[in-house]
Write a protein that binds this ligand. Structure first.
Ligand SMILES: CC(=O)N[C@H]1[C@@H](OP(=O)(O)OP(=O)(O)OC[C@H]2O[C@@H](n3ccc(=O)[nH]c3=O)[C@H](O)[C@@H]2O)O[C@H](CO)[C@@H](O)[C@@H]1O
Ligand SMILES: C=C(OP(=O)(O)O)C(=O)O
Length: 440
């Protein structure tokens, strides 16, 4: 098992480039399988474990996927199979995004039912409600969700009970190939939804209103492959903003889109961070002393839940009491216990974390409980006394491209190492295997 070791105390300075957004490229890859002719060429694809998993999911369905230099070429013109087994869904919940595209193109889709995860139970009832409204029969059982329809899906008026990102994407994709018009209300408004709608429209779909609460989709008979460039990752950008701020650094974050980061910018400014818009990104200058802040996570354009652990790290170093409320996921405070191990003073009251600051953070071995917790612990390590060792990096690798290299380039004292005991264990296993082979 790999481990990241950070030694605190360095100010971050210089330029860092943001990669393509994980949460934009995953639905785009899922949508690409609706093309019955032509190839899709996707640029600025981040080199992430999740992208690998999504590519494997569709390869397993007979889609041809080539990856070269941050570009994916996807050819789904030949007949596909319509199943995504548990081995993929277990690794990455976003695998459920193939449900809508398969159902719309083939009238059938079977995907392993995603279970709960570290941050909450994460049901998919709103995705399924949308498919049912379009005439699909849905069956959940034996660990699978299976949806089917005789003939094409039918356009419908659908109201989402919660503005779910995944449900908006899945239903929008299904509606693109349905017969007639779909009106989807109480939609998620994230920039990644707009990016997906742009991709679908280039494939030949007729989607309007993405980025607002109501999306209207006029179904078309078929879609074709197209070319697309992934938008920059606003959460990766926000993570570097937090890292610059906490180290009293001065970092130019190239590719950060101010319009996608309004709530993050506003909260960091409240904490005393200086943020300047430059031609191709944002410059972030950390203050001598951070001020406390109250934050409530909300669907976009509210403060992103995917930035909640990172801003909590800043709150630990800020003067006064900060209240951080999590309203999107019911269990996204797993990192609080880990922050306690590095001397954080945080108590949980219901859905809020009360953070008393500033504290002297102390390096220790900590476990990354989910993707953004991993990033937050690394950020904490940048200002902690001594060494912070972050384990369970499988979460981090799902969503950050070379975070160690990028932070090192900004002056951080950080390395990624193989766990020596595991290496030794592996060596022992290999030696034993060699011994057994040679005794045959
Ligand atoms: C791949 C991707 O884009 N992931 C993002 C996406 O996840 P994801 O699309 O899974 O998140 P959702 O927006 O669907 O979830 C938001 C809330 O709605 C609830 N819900 C969702 C669907 C449903 O059918 N029923 C239901 O009750 C969820 O349990 C959760 O409490 O948006 C989240 C919220 O911004 C982000 O944290 C994730 O990084
Ligand atoms: C929760 C996240 O992602 P996912 O929905 O892929 O689990 C995230 O990106 O922080």
């Amino acid at each position: 098992m790999d481990k990241i070791i950070v030694s605190g105390g360095r100010q971050l300075k210089g330029t860092v480039k943001v990669s393509g957004a994980k949460n934009a490229v995953l639905p785009v890859i899922a949508a690409s399988i609706m093309a019955s002719e032509g190839k899709s060429v996707i640029h600025e694809v981040p080199a992430l474990a999740d992208v690998e998993t999504m590519s494997e999911v569709i390869r397993n369905m007979n889609v041809n996927v080539l990856s070269h230099d941050h570009t994916l070429v996807i050819d789904s013109a030949r007949p596909l199979t319509t199943e995504a087994p548990l081995e993929y869904v277990r690794k990455m919940r976003a695998s459920v995004l193939v449900l809508g595209p398969l159902l719309a193109r083939y009238g059938h889709a079977k995907v392993a039912m995603p279970g709960g995860c570290a941050i909450g139970s994460r049901p998919i009832d709103q995705h399924l409600k949308g498919f049912e409204a379009m005439g699909a029969k849905v069956h959940v059982g034996n660990g699978f969700v299976e949806a089917y329809t005789d003939g094409r899906l039918k356009g419908a008026k659908i109201y989402l009970d919660v503005p779910s990102v995944g449900a908006t994407e899945n239903v929008m994709m299904a509606a693109a190939l349905a017969e007639g018009k779909t009106i989807l209300e109480n939609c998620a408004r994230e920039p990644e939804i707009v990016d997906l709608a742009n991709f679908l429209n280039k494939m030949g779909a007729k989607v309007i209103g993405a980025g607002t609460e109501t999306i209207k989709i006029e179904g078309v008979d078929s879609l074709k492959g197209t070319e697309h460039t992934t938008i920059p990752d606003r959460i990766e950008a926000g993570t570097f903003m937090a890292a610059a701020a906490i180290t009293r650094g001065n970092v130019y974050i190239k590719g950060a889109v101010a319009d996608h980061l309004t709530s993050t910018i506003s909260k960091l400014e409240e904490m005393g961070v200086i943020i300047e818009e430059e031609e191709e990104g944002l410059r972030v200058i950390g203050p001598e002393e951070l001020k406390s802040v109250n934050v409530k996570t909300l669907p976009y354009p509210g403060f992103p839940t995917d930035m909640q652990p990172q801003i909590m790290t800043l709150a630990m170093k800020a003067e006064g009491t900060s209240v951080i409320s999590e309203t999107v996921f019911e269990n996204r405070f797993m990192h609080v216990e880990e922050f306690g191990r590095i001397n954080g003073n945080i108590r949980i009251e219901g859905r809020s974390a009360i953070v008393e600051g500033p504290v002297d953070l102390q390096g220790a071995e900590v476990t990354a409980t989910d993707l953004r917790a991993a990033a937050a612990l690394i950020i904490a390590g940048l200002v902690a006394d001594g060494y912070t060792r972050v384990t369970e990096l499988k979460h981090l690798d799902r969503g950050y491209v070379n975070i160690v290299g990028k932070l090192k380039q900004l002056g951080a004292d950080i390395i990624r190492v193989r766990d020596a005991s595991e290496e030794q264990e592996e060596e022992e296993v290999m030696t034993e295997a060699d011994d057994q082979i040679s005794s045959l």
